[in-house]
Design a protein around this ligand. Sequence first.
Ligand SMILES: [Zn+2]
Length: 106
Amino acid sequence: MEEKPKAFGIDFTKCPNCASKKKLANEVLLKQIEKGNMPKNSRAFLYTHQSIIAGQPGTWLSAPVVISFYDVCVDCGTVYCIHAEIQTAVQGGKNIPKSGNPFSNS
Ligand SMILES: [Zn+2]
């Protein structure tokens, strides 16, 4: 079985403003898991953003893509990055990062 290279990733587990670990999307998810509606290893975020770190189109063949995921602190309302990772984009779209749940272990 071919093993995929592991993406570089950073997790931020607590609010940078008040140090709370309670996040809105995650709290909603935990209630769904409690009800048995979602698998226990599910993770949640409010939105994601992708930025290709490259020059003008046509000047590169592959480039790093920084993908960041955001949630909001339940205790103080600060929106912050909960996870960031770097993948590689290849011009022509063959290896453009897939959307979907980035936290899956596959
Ligand atoms: Zn906070």
